[in-house]
Design a protein. Sequence first.
Length: 84
Amino acid sequence: MHPKSWTLLPTLKGAVFLCPNIRPTESFFGTLKTESFYKEGVLSVAELATVIDDYIHYYNYERISLNLKKLSSIGYRTRLKKAV
């Protein structure tokens, strides 16, 4: 039995691999690149770490999502905990 979060991925040569579902991760990093890296340009490692930390804070605490009733991720989870 496969965990629900795992996906069978076919290759061009016909082989099939069992892989974890990484779509949420790919989506996050795609958005991170679009909203941060492409605007910032070339950065040092320290600057890059700062940009990533700032973006993760923004993504969790400030960015609203229509799928989460126009709340941030943390705001939605806080509201769910209060409702329980």
